[in-house]
Design a protein around this ligand. Structure first.
Ligand code: PLP
Length: 386
């Protein structure tokens, strides 16, 4: 029997398919990372104080998940261990050659106190896709999810319950072998750290301004653009600085071949909303990071009856559309901020305003309602951690 062969739709990428494979329940995955308790955790008073007035990525919980891989023995030493400084040889390969990959995913507290995460297999599969590009070993997807289960169960008291708040989880893996030879390392350490975070925009969605970089690219063909690796971010810091000097919040990159097509921001994907209700996003060419938020939003938009397209979006076409009114809205999306409308798009020789943000608000509400358990989850995206 043959399945109908459909061209790959934006909704059916390998990551989206991996994400749809059912997972065992968290009770079944629990205890793969046994707890070595922190002898000096933050007191409940100190924790309460830290949970007030949260900023992104500044406060960390008492424990972290860890496992170590060696070429001869594979993954071992799985555990939840006290959050502490790492002891690393100054010769550790990551410090010299940047062999590193990471993820970003959140744990959300629902009204009944339960704690959930969003499509963890998507991130598990993406970590492994990134790792493969960096010549690093895969972590079994269930172990990735198990590390989140055990860490979040240990740190449940750190999962905030305020509007738009969450526990941001940062899984990462890096070459810890002490060797200056240029080769794929024989020792890799995997960690997950956790950071309670507040709403990105506590006073409602605020449009951001974007500088389109015509001097630099974050990724090139055959490079590491599709992988979530620190080096891509390192390459984005100087253009980000230029954007800030131009009075802009974030930088947008163009493709490196034609230097004229939209790709994405330093850490968020882009979507363009048209007056006819359709939405388009730059197609995945290998230089764009395939966001889990992007994937979910494309699904929500399509199921709401909108035409969604993955396509080449030339900057000039976008600017024409903004000026003619054919483009009503542009927004960025990613796990940390969820959805952010663009209010201004500037670059060498242009500076335009974008006024719409209705679709951004609607999609933000739809997605966060599912994530916080306020709306039904017909997609099975949510996974109960605790
Ligand atoms: C992480 C990331 C995104 C957003 O991915 P999400 O899975 O939606 O958080 C987009 N672009 C880049 C470059 C990223 O690193």
């Amino acid at each position: 029997m043959h399945d109908a062969v459909a061209p790959q739709s934006p909704l059916e990428t390998p990551l989206a398919k991996a994400a749809a494979v059912p997972l065992p329940g968290a009770d079944e995955l629990a205890d793969r990372f046994p707890l070595e308790a922190n002898p000096r955790p933050a007191s409940p008073e100190r924790r309460a104080e830290l949970l007030r007035g949260l900023h992104f990525g500044t406060v960390f919980t008492d424990h972290m998940a860890h496992a170590r891989w060696s070429r001869s023995e594979g993954w071992q030493q799985h555990g939840i261990v006290p959050f502490a400084e790492l002891s690393l040889s100054p010769a550790a390969a990551v410090l010299h050659y940047g062999q590193e990959v990471f993820e970003g995913i959140k744990a959300y507290r629902h009204a009944d106190g339960s704690i959930w995460t969003f499509r963890p297999r998507y991130n598990a599969a993406r970590l492994n896709a990134s790792a493969a590009r960096l010549a690093m070993p895969a972590l079994p997807e269930e172990d990735f999810v198990a590390s989140l289960v055990d860490l979040v169960r240990t740190e449940a008291a750190w999962v905030p319950s305020g509007e738009g708040e969450s526990l941001y989880l940062r899984p990462f893996a890096f070459a810890s072998e002490a060797f200056l030879g240029v080769q794929s390392a024989n020792v890799i350490d995997y960690y997950v750290i956790a950071s309670p975070t507040g709403a990105y925009f506590p006073n409602g969605l605020k449009p951001i301004s974007i500088w389109v970089s015509q001097d630099y690219h974050r990724a090139g063909r055959g490079g590491t653009g599709f992988a979530k690796t620190g080096g891509n971010y390192a390459a984005s810091l100087l253009p980000q600085q230029q954007a800030a000097e131009r009075g802009c919040d974030q930088v947008c990159f163009l493709d490196d071949v034609t230097q004229s097509n939209l790709e994405e921001l330093g850490g968020m994907n882009l979507m363009v909303v048209y007056a006819d209700g359709s939405v388009s996003t730059p197609k995945l060419t290998g230089t764009i990071l395939e966001g889990s938020t992007r994937s979910a939003i494309l699904r929500l938009l399509a199921d709401e009856g909108r035409a969604v397209r993955e396509e080449t979006i030339p900057l000039v076409t976008l600017l024409e559309g903004i000026n003619s009114g054919a483009v009503t809205e542009v927004f960025a999306c990613g796990t940390a901020a969820v959805v952010v409308p663009l209010g201004r798009l500037a670059g060498e020789g242009f500076d335009v305003e974008i006024t719409g943000s209705e679709a951004s608000r609607h999609i933000y509400d739809q997605l966060t309602s599912i994530q916080y358990g306020k709306a039904e989850d017909p997609y099975g995206w949510m996974y109960r951690l605790a």
